[in-house]
Ligand binder design. Structure first.
Ligand code: CTP
Length: 244
């Protein structure tokens, strides 16, 4: 009879259930409003925690050959430009404590699923960032905290010109055309109406360090509550004793 090693059966503990329920933060706001900076500052302050950033940009649809020939007529600021079903599947898996592969999007070739995919492990905090991340009620429903980065339109346009010419290799005429044809209208029609879902609105984006400190404090409080239950899984007994 071969010796069968004793395998300790994992039991469902409070600890496991917390790993399956990370704290999910949504960060929305107009294009070039400073969402990335806000996320980076939150991640930097939470460096002792496991934090993962998921960008809505990673879920842009790949353009068909026909759409590619008329790329200047394609609206990248419309909710239909994103594969929201895929985003939902990915976030639901992460929420359940599973590792996921996130697609990579190439702004120059307009292609998604550029290999290698980005492997993301389950984390304590998941940040979902994107212009229309509050648009779909199912995605919104997964969030524990919603932040809207509120930056003036002129600042957003100036940043966009600088960024798209430097990083995306576009000329200024193209950037301004796209802005007046699609970006401005999509902000008014789709992005701004989602501001009402926000728990916190940050004026001036990444420059607003007070707002970011307050947000990080709140996240820490929420994570601290988890940690306390991990250290003292029978905390509810202590609490009930004191309730007498
Ligand atoms: N976009 C584009 N070309 C593509 C795909 C997207 O120009 N092939 C543009 C869309 O028009 C949209 C913008 O990318 O306006 C969305 O990205 P944005 O929110 O600007 O990027 P972040 O860096 O995440 O934003 P922030 O500056 O707020 O950090």
């Amino acid at each position: 009879q071969p010796h069968t090693p004793e395998i300790e059966q994992p039991t469902t503990s409070i600890d496991d259930s917390f790993h399956k329920q990370p704290f999910i933060i949504g960060v929305a706001g107009g294009a070039a409003s400073g969402k990335t900076t806000v996320c980076d500052l939150i991640i930097e302050q939470l460096r002792d925690q496991r934090v993962v950033l998921v960008n809505q940009d990673s879920f842009y649809h790949t353009l068909t050959p026909e759409e590619l020939t008329k790329v200047h007529e394609y609206n990248f600021d419309h909710p239909d430009a994103f594969d929201t079903e895929k985003l939902l599947r990915v976030v639901e898996k992460l929420k359940q404590g599973q590792a996921v592969d996130i697609p990579k999007y190439d702004f120059k070739s307009y292609k998604n699923d550029v290999f290698p995919l980005r492997r993301v492990n389950p984390s304590d905090v998941i940040i979902l960032e994107g212009i229309l991340i509050f648009h779909d009620p199912r995605v919104r429903g997964l969030m524990n905290m919603k932040i809207f980065v509120d930056t003036d339109a002129d600042v957003r346009l100036a940043r966009r010109i600088r960024r798209d010419t430097a990083e995306k290799g576009r000329d200024i005429g193209m950037v301004l055309d796209q802005y007046s044809k699609f970006v401005k209208a999509a902000f008014d029609d789709f992005i701004l109406p989602t501001k009402k879902y926000a728990d916190v609105i940050i004026p001036r984006g990444g420059d607003n360090h007070v707002a970011i400190d307050l947000i990080v404090q709140h996240i820490r409080t929420k994570l601290g509550q988890h940690d306390l239950c991990k250290i003292y899984p029978n905390l509810y007994v202590i609490q009930s004793t004191f309730q007498i």
